[in-house]
Design a binder for this molecule. Structure first.
Ligand code: LMR
Length: 398
């Protein structure tokens, strides 16, 4: 009966975690998946989360179904973070926000919405992008294309080509954008470049869909949301998927949000209703524990401030690791330019290693990176960085 079912080739990111776990080398290092580890190589539980969880344990015992859209405080937390606490667009009731099962759940509901209500639209993703972007949209029967982004030859952006490409697209085509900490390249647009992108989007009546999974890991919470807030100021319709996996270190709790910015309150109400109906038919309602944590941390002023400090500490440690990696590699291979390591933002560095070099790092040194050369810099620490730099230098020299 099931012989005709295709084998699953596995996921390039999650499959690598399984290989890493099976590796018996005590020196193994996981620089594959986008997870932040602290200076001791441990995934942190943030102090603000610990406090919130104590409050949950003390006050919440029953576990009713949540509303389809999730907890109101979770939704408000997403909105304040993305658009700014006092944003006019929130006061005017123009944003339909639902809590989602991580950033992936937000992308899925967004993709279903596009497929149902904009069936002619294609979705364009950056070349390259996070592999699941393509899988999620194609899985919702939305045709996916790629727009020019990363220049392999220079390690820079193909900015002019990107703008020229956007100008060829059809009205209502969807452009998937990374407002900060581009995954996988770490290469972000300047604010001036965002202005140009959003102007061409406006001129050609395209639909921006911004996926922000690393807010706070680039510059700061507000600067990282520049593209989102600018699009709102320009009156563009806008989809935003956001994730709390990284910045609350709540990967397994699967907490995120989907917001759709609409021209009128009536439209926002209609969109909100349709998002609810999609949630109902796909998974009914979101889980509650992570939603309560988000609600408490985002809406308690003291905890929120503590949280910001904890995110910036993670951000700063990653930046310090970038500097260190760059200087060690420069000392080892003086004729090669490693400026890209500190030019890139967020958790990832696109190292430009060939798939063969990445394979050698894995088989000879038990250092795990994605085969497209993406390294999770957040997996480096002062204890393993020399080992990694030495291994990189070895495979680069040969
Ligand atoms: C990543 O890109 O490594 C993360 O977003 C985790 C994932 O699900 O792929």
């Amino acid at each position: 009966m099931f012989e005709r079912i295709d084998y699953y080739a596995g996921d390039p990111i999650l499959g690598l975690v399984e290989k890493f776990l099976a590796d018996e080398n005590p020196n193994k290092i996981n620089l594959g998946i986008g997870i932040y580890y602290d200076e001791n190589g441990v995934m942190p539980v943030l102090d603000c989360v610990k406090t919130a969880e104590k409050r949950i344990a003390d006050s919440i015992s029953a576990r009713p179904y949540l509303p389809m859209a999730g907890l109101p405080g979770h939704r408000k937390g997403c909105q304040d973070l993305l658009f700014g606490k006092d944003a006019q667009v929130l006061k005017d009731g123009l944003v339909a926000t639902i809590a989602t099962i991580g950033g992936s759940g937000a992308l899925k509901i967004g993709a279903e919405f596009i497929n149902e209500w904009f069936p002619q639209s294609k979705c364009y993703v950056s070349d390259p992008t996070w592999g699941n972007h393509i899988a999620i949209f194609e899985g919702s029967d939305v045709e996916v294309g790629k727009y020019p982004y990363y220049d392999t030859a220079t390690g820079g952006l193909r900015f002019d080509e990107m703008i020229a490409f956007f100008a060829t697209l059809n009205k209502d085509d969807v452009i998937l954008l990374h407002p900060c900490c581009h995954n996988p390249t770490g290469l972000d647009l300047t604010h001036a470049q965002w202005d140009t992108v959003l102007n061409v989007i406006q001129e050609h009546e395209l639909i921006p869909f911004m996926d922000i999974a690393y807010q706070g890991f680039g510059e700061d919470m507000d600067s990282d949301a520049y593209a989102i807030r600018k699009a709102v100021d320009m009156g563009l319709p806008l989809f935003v998927s956001n994730s709390f996996s990284k910045n609350l270190s709540l990967y397994g709790e699967r907490v995120g949000g989907l917001s759709v910015v609409c021209p009128t309150t009536d439209e926002a109400e209609r969109v909100f209703g349709q998002l609810n109906s999609m949630v109902r038919r796909i998974y009914s309602s979101p889980p509650s524990h992570g939603g309560h944590v988000v609600d408490i941390v985002m809406n308690d002023a003291a905890l929120h401030e503590q949280w910001i400090g904890e995110v910036y500490a993670m951000r700063d440690r990653i930046k310090a690791m970038r500097l260190k990696l760059k200087s060690v590699l420069e000392a080892k291979i003086p004729n090669r330019n490693f400026d890209y390591i500190t030019r890139q933002n967020g958790m990832f560095s696109f190292t430009g290693l060939t798939p063969e070099q990445v394979e050698r790092l894995k088989s000879e040194y038990s250092i795990y990176m994605i085969s497209n050369s993406r390294m999770c810099v957040a997996g480096l620490n002062t204890n393993n960085i020399d080992y990694v730099a030495n291994a990189m230098a070895d495979v680069l020299k040969d």
